[in-house]
Write a protein that binds this ligand. Structure first.
Ligand SMILES: [Mg+2]
Length: 352
């Protein structure tokens, strides 16, 4: 654990003063930020509010063993940005709930907030308040509030049989990165390290770095989500936090449909394949069940060229068509390369 003074030495009020002094300036639409009983924001005229909260728990969602405090902060905000993005809304404000043991070094709290503020700034999000409390282990809950035209916002429930299922980027990367971290690989200031004496071939080094970075510092696709919503392309949308299998199951349930995914169309990049091989895992399983890629999964009846052009024209990656929405009675199936079908199954689920 990092040295220096602990949270106990500073106390709640000392810590709050410290955070307020370091906090970035707020935009004019935030009339009152940190320091009052509640924040006051002036909403944009005519726009609906979209709100979400997600929580990271030490030992469950991350381990200090391989997670720098900055990465925990970054991810804490990113998971909620991703949820707002999956509605097609513009993320605007964040509130941070932080529970932590009194023995936590102040440096660690500084790192957490560096991660939160860094990710917030990159997304144009203002951190307008929060709460601090003592807890047996670190818990970071980030609420993100966004805005969007009510008629553009995209739910999970709009998918219809015959539509195509798309994902915005490569899958399985974050899961491969997690496997690498569990196997003892580390990435520090973009340098890759293995267990003592482990030789890492240069080619694998890049793959390890990319996948571990994807696990530690994920990106949320809220900008892409906005395009897919504004253009009316997406009929249903969800972010891939728990894995393609699990998240598609949720979308299908909400829409009252079935789905068919083609294994050979699931985008898995070479880095993910290399790391999967290194740690002895099936890359397809990582892509289906791993989660935390925070790509968007959406459905659409629009022609492929229209969808690809809408994203590529705005500078985003070309999306991948991975399957099709089917009638509910067909259930959810995975079609293998030789046409063999199996139930899609589920990815990660809490409490199980
Ligand atoms: Mg979500």
């Amino acid at each position: 654990m990092a040295g220096g003074p602990t949270v106990r030495a500073l106390g709640e009020f000392g810590l709050l003063r410290r955070l307020r002094a370091k906090a970035p300036p707020l935009p004019p639409e935030v009339l009152v930020g940190m320091g009052d009983d509640a924040a006051i924001m002036q909403p944009s005229p005519g726009l609906a509010l979209v709100a979400t909260v997600d929580v990271l728990v030490e030992g469950k969602d991350f381990r200090w063993e391989w997670c720098p405090a900055e990465a925990v902060g970054h991810k804490g905000l990113t998971v909620s940005l991703s949820d707002v993005g999956a509605m097609g809304a513009i993320p605007k404000y964040a509130l941070v709930t932080l529970g932590l043991p009194a023995r936590t070094p102040v440096k660690r709290v500084d790192g957490l907030y560096r991660g939160i503020w860094g990710a917030a700034e990159a997304a144009g999000v203002a951190v307008v308040g929060g709460d601090l409390s003592e807890a047996p282990r670190l818990i970071l809950g980030v609420t993100v509030i966004g805005e969007g035209e009510a008629h553009h916002l995209v739910r999970r429930s709009g998918a219809k049989a015959g539509e195509t299922i798309w994902v915005t980027g490569h899958l399985g990367r974050a899961a491969a990165g997690l496997c690498a971290l569990k196997a003892g690989y580390r990435v520090e200031r973009s340098a890759v390290k293995g267990r003592r004496g482990t030789h890492i071939p240069p080619k694998t080094r890049k793959a390890l770095r990319e996948t571990m970075q994807a696990q530690l510092y994920p990106s949320a696709r809220y900008r892409e989500g906005r395009v897919l919503a504004e253009t009316g392309i997406a009929t249903a949308m969800i972010d891939l936090s728990d894995g393609l299998a699990s998240d598609l199951t949720r979308l299908a349930e909400e829409s009252g449909v079935g789905a068919r995914i083609f294994a050979d169309r699931i985008p898995v990049d070479p880095s993910t394949r290399q790391v999967a091989e290194l740690v002895g895992r099936d890359p397809l399983r990582l892509a289906l069940g791993g989660g935390e890629d925070f790509e968007l999964l959406f459905t659409s009846g629009a022609p492929s060229a229209t969808i690809e052009e809408a994203l590529v024209r705005k500078g985003f990656a070309r999306p991948h068509a991975v399957g099709e929405i089917r009638p509910a009675d067909e259930g959810l199936t995975l079609v293998g390369p030789r046409g063999r079908r199996e139930p899609l199954g589920r990815g990660f689920e809490h409490f199980r």
